[in-house]
Design a protein around this ligand. Structure first.
Ligand code: C2O
Ligand code: CU
Ligand code: CU
Length: 485
């Protein structure tokens, strides 16, 4: 059964019971004005752990959020939370048109729920922060998968606890396949690998630490260890052929500038919840929290026993806390000769462009240090209130929504529930629409000084949220409700 959680509950969990004067002075005192990474990546860099691949489920029936045991750090067995026997959840893989029906049980000690990020489904199934599943209770998530092929994901959405629950292990992939996509004969089976990148901090007993300070609520909670699929310092053996990697940034706050250590280009074929019209060759790309990218990597002409890293290159323009350090994410070892006849297709799918918006809404993204009772990250001057509907949208209408970060100094990956959108324009900052944005999206990175406009058609009735997917910003209240009716 669903229960309503009020705002006081999560504010207390965040420690907002303290007087805000004390909070303001303590975070001003610690403010990082320099350009150094607040939490340098310094963990295990031996890349000797085989990449874990969560099991794929094509006919789902039940799922439990629960305490699990896993070996993640330093060979130590420790307690985490997950939806399976280890960290993370299984990969759901369903065909367009399929029926999804699971009995979800909450065996955690606190409330949780599941949000199906990227899926356009009825509001009652969306995992809105109102719709909580209390400890020892169940909820049936049931919906029809009615959208194009794409790389979606799922995670809990309990307001004030999302950052903690995701960081501690609750997240998984939800892949939608279609016959249109199948016809492209892209690399599949063991040549198609979902990769969720997450940065984490560990306690000495190898459990995951999640305790953001006021400073970390401002910039986001970053980890000093980079994990892929819940594997620290991972490697994957690959053959001399093309691979398809579906990459999800499942981190709380960290943005990655992904590149290959051999300097090779790779091909973007999909983003968030859909595919591009044609592959785009890139040398690197930025991926913010909540975003996904579907890429083809060519290992065909690489000599046996070569090691190639997926790495993060430094970048600028995303505030002082992001992009200052280069590091490796994972290692590919080319260790098997294979003959591959795959050719990168010249076109992928047809993408109907949305047009004729009948209304524009503009959302100012700000950080308000002077008046932060209950949260400092605001949208149009407001922090989240469960009982307030901030925007009302007519069902069936097409609108443009503009996220305005022109006065900000922090990046905000903005995400809208219950819809998919197309990026129409970005002005200021990077001033362009990027290759990984030319598809159906649900999350878009709005850098400091930028205004990003998206076009959206609202087809699902009911109450949804939109928010910053920096999970500390979100938990701090950078989220509003909208109702489609
Ligand atoms: Cu993945 Cu409301 O978020
Ligand atoms: Cu979502
Ligand atoms: Cu944000």
């Amino acid at each position: 059964m669903y229960k309503q959680i009020n705002r006081r509950d999560f504010l207390e969990k965040l420690g907002f019971g303290l007087s805000s004067t004390v909070l303001i002075s303590s975070c001003m005192g610690n403010m990082n004005m320099g350009g150094s990474d607040p939490v340098p990546v310094s963990g295990d860099t031996t890349f000797k752990n085989a990449l874990k691949i969560p099991e794929t489920i094509t006919s789902p029936s039940n799922m439990i959020a629960q305490a699990v045991q896993d070996t993640v750090m330093d060979g130590k067995n420790a307690k985490y939370i997950g939806y399976r026997s280890g960290l993370l959840g299984p990969t759901f893989r369903l065909q367009k048109g399929a029926n999804f029906n699971i009995k979800f049980s909450n065996q955690l000690a606190e409330h949780t729920n599941i949000h199906w990020h990227g899926l356009v489904i009825p509001a009652e199934m969306d995992g809105h922060p109102d719709q909580m599943v209390m400890p020892n209770e169940n909820f049936n998530y049931q919906f029809t998968v009615n959208q194009q092929a794409g790389t979606n994901w799922y995670h809990p959405h309990p307001h004030g606890l999302t950052g903690k629950q995701v960081t501690q292990g609750l997240a998984g992939f939800f892949i939608v396949e279609s016959s249109e996509e199948k016809a492209l004969n892209l690399p599949n089976g063991s040549y198609e690998v979902p990769l969720v990148i997450q940065d984490k901090r560990f306690n000495t007993d190898a459990t995951i630490k999640y305790s953001p300070t006021m400073m970390e609520i401002m910039s986001g909670y970053m980890g000093d260890n980079i994990l892929v699929n819940g594997t620290a310092s991972p490697y994957l053996n690959v053959s001399t052929r093309f691979y398809r990697f579906r990459v999800l940034n499942g981190s709380s706050a960290r943005i990655y500038n992904l590149a290959l250590s051999n300097g090779a280009n790779f091909y973007v074929i999909g983003a968030d919840s859909g595919m591009l019209e044609k592959p785009e060759s890139v040398n690197s790309l930025l991926l913010a929290s909540g975003e996904r990218v579907d890429i083809l990597v060519d290992f065909t002409n690489i000599a046996l026993n070569t090691e190639v890293y997926l790495e993060n290159k430094t970048f600028t323009g995303m505030g002082t806390a992001q992009g200052t350090q280069a590091f490796k994410v994972m290692k590919f070892i080319v260790n098997k000769q294979e003959t591959d006849t795959f050719k990168v297709p010249s076109s992928l799918i047809s993408l109907a462009k949305l047009s004729n918006a009948t209304k524009n809404r503009s959302f100012a993204l700000t950080m308000d240090m002077a008046n932060m009772s209950g949260g400092m990250h605001k949208i149009n001057g407001k922090i989240y209130s469960a009982t307030r509907i901030d925007e009302t949208v007519a069902v069936g209408s097409t609108e443009t929504w503009e996220f305005d970060n022109s006065t900000g100094d922090e990046p905000h990956p903005m995400h809208i529930h219950g819809v998919q959108f197309q990026v129409v324009s970005r002005t200021g900052g990077r001033n362009t629409i990027l290759p990984q944005e030319k598809a159906w999206k649900d999350t878009v990175l709005v850098a400091p000084t930028e205004k990003v406009k998206v076009i959206v058609k609202f087809e699902q009735k009911g109450k949804f949220v939109f928010h910053c997917h920096n999970l500390e910003h979100e938990d701090d209240g950078m989220m509003l409700n909208f109702e489609v009716k």
